[in-house]
Design a protein. Structure first.
Length: 108
């Protein structure tokens, strides 16, 4: 059995419209948690999807499989196919700033 498990995540690029106020708050929140706006959107949506019990129930219905896509997804290029897994801090002794920078994929 391998000692490490490497999880590769496939991302898509999509275009969404936000109000100017929401876009500003998205950037402010990303700065606040030392992350990118993409990471904030990903995590915020994953949180809402997981917490909404009615939505979880809907996902178990046949109707959920017959949706009409409305998200404007851009065609992937060779560089967009798979992103390497995010690095996690090695120890709890890491400072919050450096841990957030590692998670955000930036250099501290």
């Amino acid at each position: 059995m391998p000692l490490l498990e490497v999880v590769q995540t496939r991302y898509v690029s999509a275009s969404i419209r936000l109000t100017d106020t929401t876009a500003l708050q998205l950037d402010q929140y990303a700065t606040f948690i030392h992350a990118s706006a993409d990471e904030v959107m990903e995590q915020a949506l994953a949180y809402v999807f997981a917490k909404d019990k009615d939505f979880q129930e809907f996902l178990r219905t046949p109707e959920a499989q017959r949706i009409a896509p409305t998200l404007r997804v851009r065609k992937a290029t060779a560089n967009d196919a798979v992103e390497p897994p995010a690095r996690k801090p090695v120890s709890a002794a890491s400072s919050p700033t450096s841990a957030a920078a590692i998670v955000a994929g930036s250099k501290a």
